[in-house]
Design a protein around this ligand. Structure first.
Ligand code: KIV
Ligand code: NA
Length: 266
């Protein structure tokens, strides 16, 4: 399969073909998603709350992102691999941002990086872009700022906040961002951003008008007992895996497994 690249992002927007993005944190799932035709695989810092049992994304380290990104990038043949820059690894300066992004591209094989924030990070986006690293922006609810934002809350409500969101998105795009994720934004506001932005918007809890959609794979596949309001559960993998495990345990205990076909003769 031909690799999905940055020019395909613009192409998709021009043609009105919705982009598909899903998180992946390891080789097992990345291979499945890539073969299923997902355009972009996001090695999200949501690895923190989804895979590493943290309460948020805030404790995630660059080393952890490198390990996860490397596993995803190694098995991915078509999708563009986007790696999140974790909290504390980029905010202080464009130089800090560049150093972290280089690790994820060079050591781990990411094709692009994503980080959270607007106008104040335009210089960061510009330096990375000039250095050959595509940047995906992330606006609206930005989980790394949950302590400032006062929790998981819809962002961009009200005229002033909506105007600020539009301005932030434009600043990122002007600086070279190749796409912008919009998280937990009222649909009309996401539509406004989508209309004015030359690059694709990728929504999560941002309505059906964005240029693409992204979900955390465990929410999409029903791995947990709960999924956020903005996610559709396309499977009940958690329940399926539980049932398989219970059957395995039962069969071992009753000596129904292994059978002759699983057994070597002398
Ligand atoms: O880390 C993540 O999963 C994300 C998506 C929610 C966009 O940033
Ligand atoms: Na993230």
């Amino acid at each position: 399969p031909r690799r999905f690249r940055v020019h395909h992002l613009r192409q998709a927007k021009e043609r009105g073909e919705p982009l598909t993005m899903l998180t992946a944190y390891d080789a097992v799932t990345a291979r499945v998603f890539d073969e299923a035709g997902v355009d972009l695989l996001l090695v999200g810092d949501s690895v923190g709350d989804n895979m590493l049992a943290h309460d948020s994304t805030i404790p995630v380290t660059v080393d952890e992102m490198v390990v996860a990104t490397r596993a995803v990038a190694r098995v991915t043949r078509r999708a563009m691999v986007v790696a999140d820059l974790p909290f504390g690894s980029y905010e202080a300066s464009p130089a800090q941002c560049h150093a972290t992004a280089v690790r994820l591209v060079k050591e781990a094989g990411a094709h692009a990086v994503k980080f959270e924030g607007g106008t104040h990070l335009a210089g960061h986006v510009e330096l990375l872009t000039r250095s050959g690293i595509p940047v995906v922006g992330h606006l609206g609810f930005t989980p790394q700022s949950e302590n400032i934002l006062g929790g998981k809350r819809v962002q961009g409500r009200g005229e002033e906040a909506a105007d600020r969101l539009v301005a932030d998105a434009l600043a990122l795009a002007d600086a070279g961002a190749v796409a912008v994720v919009l998280e937990m934004v009222p649909a009309p506001v996401a539509d406004r951003v989508t209309e004015v932005l030359p690059v694709p918007t990728i929504g999560i809890g941002a309505g059906n008008g964005c240029d693409g959609q992204v979900l955390v794979w465990t929410d999409m596949a029903g791995m947990g007992s709960w999924s956020p309001r903005f996610a559709r559960r396309y499977a009940e993998l958690g329940a399926a895996l539980g049932a398989a495990t219970r059957q395995y345990v039962t069969e071992v205990r009753t000596r129904a497994f292994p059978g002759p076909e699983h057994t070597y003769e002398s």
